[in-house]
Design a protein around this ligand. Structure first.
Ligand code: PFF
Length: 522
């Protein structure tokens, strides 16, 4: 036993690890805090009952988000591998679930990088408000040069350059490894992000009209609580925002020393992410309140999310606000920092999986993953049709990728391989939050049912009417086919055998370690 234990330790040393719990928590927060917090949450809350949204949101956080975070942490921490390796060690039949997540992450990285590249351009443009009087015309016309929906190969140099910068930075960070690259990036970026964003919020609150914006965000519409759509929105937001269902948290927790309090860590990550979400809501709606007042309309007329909020509404605010350039630089730099650490995390899922499966060095696995991904991203998104493909991919992958794999994995873990009691015991070994029967009930029955319901609603909606009126063939290729391909591809890759030295069967971290390295990292 001690030979296998020491072999395991050697294998682990090669994989890399975070230096301690603090770095792990910051990296997990770095992944969770992303564009979802800044440009998605404020509008979702506003649109789904305002102040009353707090109730479904908290219910979703406490009954689904944090418990699912526990599940992913337990899996990665006990089986000490990338998503596919952790699943395979749990039960060989489940390995495909891990590859499915890897496929999703690869696709997300391809388009998410483009958004970060636009935000990077806008950080620089903010200094001189170089987008001119009409931010809408600038974004679609000058920057993206978007034509009608369709696919073209006309390159847009203004996007190509920042996108190349983003990819070079990503490759450099990822090649540096788990601690010096992934961990260190979050250790630096997260505190800077929080300070930059807090300054932005203070600036935004001082704008005339800010109060009206906050009223619009927080005014509770209690009747919303009776609507299933509002509850579905809360669950969808929590899953996306906490970065769960992507395999990210499985991967990161495999880099944490044994004998670490994982449940306490999950609480810190969950509440920090929500705290940042609230801060973003305040900053964004204060600024929107100003914009509404400046153009003499109600806040509801200007409230928006996503690309429209970041690249059209915010530049308009920057044009009109006193000290607008400061607001612009802080806002776009925050988007870049928040997005970059999330992007690092999705790529790490892919790199770690390739590395585990093929026993490659850190540098090789980084290049094998990032170079094709960067090329696809550069070819796909510095052309004039990029924005439509991005919109479709994002819409479908979030629903029929992330949410679907989350439901399937919960059902498989709970009912197929009956792993929940084992995972619960692992969490309780060193965890500060006692995990009991309630967790098993939530993960095996309640959360799969609620998420299943959310998914059926989404399916119904896209079948009723084509998403955003895009041509059917585009929805078929970049929506359905992409979502299907990652799922099927995942189960195909799972058939490739592991290297003989990778221990799969009989791997159980709880046994040998308790006797060989007692009390490490308590
Ligand atoms: N939690 C992230 C966010 O709120 O933006 C979700 C995410 C998106 C993570 C895209 C990683 C990623 F590449």
């Amino acid at each position: 036993m001690s030979t296998t234990a020491s072999q395991d330790e050697a294998a682990e040393a090669r994989r890399g690890s975070f230096s301690g719990r603090r770095v792990f928590i910051l990296a997990a927060i770095g992944s969770a805090v992303g564009l979802g917090n800044i440009w998605r949450f404020p509008y979702v809350a506003y649109d789904n009952g305002g102040g009353a949204f707090i109730l479904p949101y908290l219910v979703a956080l406490l009954t689904a988000g944090i418990p699912f975070l526990f599940l992913e942490y337990a899996l990665g921490h006990r089986y000490r591998g990338s998503a596919p390796l952790s699943f395979a060690r749990l039960s060989r039949r489940t390995e495909g679930l891990g590859w499915w997540q890897v496929g999703i992450c690869f696709m997300i990285a391809v388009y998410y990088a483009a958004v970060i590249a636009w935000a990077l351009s806008y950080t620089v443009l903010s200094f001189t408000r170089a987008w001119g009087e009409d931010p809408n015309a600038y974004f679609f016309g000058d920057l993206l040069q978007a034509g009608d929906p369709g696919v073209t190969l006309d390159f847009v140099p203004r996007v190509l350059l920042p996108l190349a910068v983003v990819w070079v930075a990503l490759i450099a960070v990822l090649a540096l490894g788990v601690q010096r690259g992934v961990g260190a990036t979050s250790v630096i970026f997260i505190p800077v992000l929080v300070i930059a964003f807090a300054v932005l919020v203070v600036q935004a609150l001082r704008l005339p009209g800010a109060g009206a914006g906050l009223d619009a965000l927080f005014a509770p519409d209690w009747s919303a609580l009776a609507e299933p759509a509002v509850w579905a929105a809360a669950y969808g937001q929590i899953f996306f925002s906490l970065s769960i269902g992507f395999g990210i948290m499985i991967t990161y927790s495999s880099y944490v020393h044994r004998r670490t309090d994982m449940t306490g860590s999950a609480m810190v990550v969950g509440f920090s992410n929500s705290g940042f979400e609230l801060l973003a809501g305040i900053g964004v709606f204060a600024a929107l309140g100003f914009m509404a007042q400046a153009s003499g309309v109600a806040v509801g007329e200007v409230a928006t999310s996503g690309i429209g909020l970041a690249f059209i509404a915010f530049p308009t605010i920057v044009n009109e606000a006193p000290a607008g350039a400061v607001i612009g630089v802080l806002f776009f730099a925050s988007l870049v920092m928040a997005g970059f650490t999330s992007l690092v995390s999705v790529l790490e899922v892919v790199i770690s999986a390739v590395r585990d499966k093929f026993e490659l060095s850190r540098l090789r696995s980084t290049l094998v993953v990032t170079v094709p991904c960067a090329l696809l991203s550069l070819i796909g998104f510095s052309t004039t049709s990029g924005i439509y493909v991005l919109d479709i991919l994002d819409h479908f992958i979030n629903r029929f990728g992330i949410l679907l794999v989350a439901v399937v994995s919960m059902v498989v873990l709970a009912w197929g391989v009956r792993a929940l009691p084992r995972l619960r015991d692992h969490l309780n070994r060193d965890g500060s939050v006692p995990v009991r029967g309630w967790w098993i009930v939530l993960m095996s029955v309640v959360t799969p049912l609620v998420l299943g319901f959310v998914l059926v609603r989404e399916l119904w909606a896209v079948l009723q009417e084509p998403y955003e009126g895009y041509p059917q063939w585009m929805l078929l290729v970049f929506g359905w086919l992409a979502a299907l391909l990652v799922a099927v591809g995942g189960f195909v890759i799972a058939r490739v055998p592991w290297r003989s030295q990778t221990r799969i069967d009989g791997y159980d971290d709880d046994e040998p370690v308790a006797t060989t390295t007692p009390g490490r990292d308590l």
